[in-house]
Design a protein. Structure first.
Length: 586
């Protein structure tokens, strides 16, 4: 009941207004405001600086009643609340600063980047992280160039051009940069045949400039309009700019009121519900798009769809393989393989298909465990990033944040609760009021602390950057990995588990049904149940090898035994001992 009353009070605006008004009247704020206005009007006429201090002292005296009226515990709560708000704003600013530093790292990279690391080093997470930053960077770069084109011809009716362009995009007549260029060039030919304002989107080309000079080159209005449309198309694509062989979720929000649309690309400020509302997933990467030669699917409609975007290939070494692994693969084969699909040729020429006004809008990221497992023709096209290590996750909240006191309380309470609740569940199957209240309090502390850590935690990764030839200078760089950006449902760590779904569906044996060892030393039959190549080799040699025959020993006579004993006595120096031994009778 109490909770519902507070919910009602919070949702009703008139109640908030009434509550604030009553408190202002109680603190005599209206008379204080009137006195301030009276002194202000007096001061602007007289410039009486001598009475400013007295007026300020009088203001403190008027507010003292309200200040002393509020109890000390409420003051403490208020101070903590203010510090928490200020600390959170500062923490968000730090997260945005780290993201911009990651953008700086991204600007240093070329078109092709390969990430190396041992299993569990975070290669896939790093690729997802850097791909999300690259997607936002492409949109920001396109928007900056969009404004730059606008300023070259500030009196051109760009909105008219945008409206005609958007209508064709909705009809699917314009779907890529090539179709956009064809359309604007067709408009240019119509204008050149009949120069009039109707054929140039209503632009008064006779009065306003037709050419723009940026001191580097002279461009006419049609060249700038073509670049403008390409940047506008890249910026306003509603779907994700990521194409990958794994699913990556992005939650950039497009705000469009019919004019110039704007993207909200903030990774940190939105809540989980807001992220889910604007979620879009990456496009399925069809590898035939990346093949200039033979393809796996003949007449594939996606074959020629390669264009701008962020391409992510996880476990690329399994896809392309190394030269020793492809020794038996023939370039002259009829079917498509890694030697005749011209995959590396497309990677070499990829940037030429995605350039607008000298700006490249393509990035390719991939990960693998060992660079040697990938052919040199692909590996040497870009850089190899090696994840050397990373620091522990720590919140970026400033030291004056009350959260650190709260986190200490959470650690103490949760440690006590964990041992208590484990013993309680072991000994009892019901519930009690004490356990219920303790569990609810611990759950509240844990939920709040976990939420703050998931929002503001950051880890610094140590990255080594090396040329794909693996013989250049190794550069040390840092990458800031923020939980709320990478782990807010962006991808699945078992992103390729679908490969095993078919096998799992045909499985009929569970873990409990598998045989166990009988002792700490495996027997021969138990080793055979492993079905290992090593054991099979040993078994094969053991079966083919013939058991050698033992030579027959001659039967020892009485004389042979005596001679052998005498020899032993002589060897060990026991001749004196021999004289004391009685001789046997024949």
């Amino acid at each position: 009941y109490v909770k519902s009353v507070f919910t009602y009070m919070r949702e009703q605006k008139w109640f908030k207004f009434l509550f604030v008004t009553v408190w202002l009247l109680n603190f005599n704020v209206i008379s204080i405001v009137l006195e301030f206005l009276a002194f202000y009007l007096y001061f602007v006429m007289s410039f009486d600086f001598a009475h400013i201090y007295r007026q300020f002292f009088k203001l403190l005296a008027d507010l003292s009643a309200a200040l002393w009226f509020i109890p000390l515990p409420l003051w403490i709560v208020g101070v903590f609340a203010v510090l928490a708000v200020v600390a959170r704003k500062r923490a968000y600013a730090i997260l945005h600063h780290y993201e911009m530093r990651n953008r700086g790292f991204l600007n240093e990279r070329g078109v092709v980047t390969i990430v190396q690391g041992v299993p569990g080093a975070g290669k896939t997470a790093f690729c997802v992280d850097i791909a999300l930053s690259a997607e936002v960077q492409f949109r920001d770069k396109a928007f900056e160039k969009l404004i730059e084109c606008d300023l070259k011809f500030p009196f051109f009716p760009w909105q008219t051009l945008e409206n005609d362009f958007k209508a064709l995009v909705e009809k699917r007549k314009i779907f890529d940069l090539t179709s956009a260029r064809k359309w604007i060039r067709k408009k240019q030919k119509q204008f050149e045949k009949k120069p009039c304002r109707e054929n140039i989107f209503g632009y008064d080309f006779e009065y306003y400039p037709y050419y723009a000079d940026d001191k580097l080159k002279v461009e006419d209005i049609w060249t700038v309009a073509e670049n403008y449309l390409c940047f506008y198309f890249i910026y306003t694509v509603r779907s994700s700019l990521i194409l990958a062989n794994i699913s990556i979720r992005s939650d950039n929000a497009l705000m469009d009121e019919g004019n110039l649309p704007l993207w909200n690309t903030d990774f940190f400020a939105r809540t989980a519900e807001e992220r889910e509302a604007y979620s879009r997933h990456s496009h399925i990467l069809d590898f035939d798009m990346l093949r200039l030669g033979k393809v796996l699917l003949e007449n594939n409609p996606n074959r020629n769809a390669f264009g701008f975007g962020v391409y992510v290939i996880s476990e690329i070494d399994k896809e392309r393989k190394s030269s020793p692994a492809l020794q038996e693969v023939k370039r002259s084969a009829e079917e498509c393989n890694q030697k005749n699909d011209m995959f590396s040729e497309l990677w070499k020429m990829s940037r030429h298909a995605c350039v607008v006004d000298n700006e490249v809008f393509v990035k390719m990221f991939s990960d693998l465990q060992r660079p040697g497992n990938l052919g040199a023709d692909v590996r040497e096209l870009g850089e190899v990033l090696r994840i050397d290590g990373y620091s522990d996750y720590v919140p970026v909240l400033p030291v004056y944040s009350p959260f650190y006191l709260f986190d200490t309380l959470h650690a103490l309470v949760f440690g006590k609760f964990s041992s208590y609740y484990t013993d309680f569940r072991f000994r009892r199957g019901d519930n009690t009021l004490g356990c219920y209240l303790f569990k609810r309090f611990a759950a509240f502390l844990h939920r709040y602390a976990n939420g703050v850590h998931n929002t503001f935690d950051c880890s610094v990764q140590s990255i080594s950057v090396e040329n794909g030839t693996m013989d250049g200078e190794v550069l040390s760089r840092k990458w800031y990995k923020m939980k709320t950006k990478v782990y807010s449902g962006r991808y699945s760590t078992d992103c390729l588990s679908g490969i095993f779904e078919k096998r799992a569906a045909n499985n009929t044996v569970g873990l409990d049904k598998m045989p166990e060892y009988e002792d700490i030393k495996a027997t021969w039959n138990e080793l055979a149940k492993q079905h290992s190549f090593f054991h099979e080799d040993i078994k094969k040699y053991a079966e083919t090898e013939k058991k050698p025959k033992r030579p027959k020993q001659p039967k020892k006579t009485q004389e042979t035994k005596r001679t052998s004993f005498d020899c032993d006595v002589e060897v060990f120096g026991l001749k004196g001992f021999q004289s004391g031994i009685p001789k046997r009778k024949k």
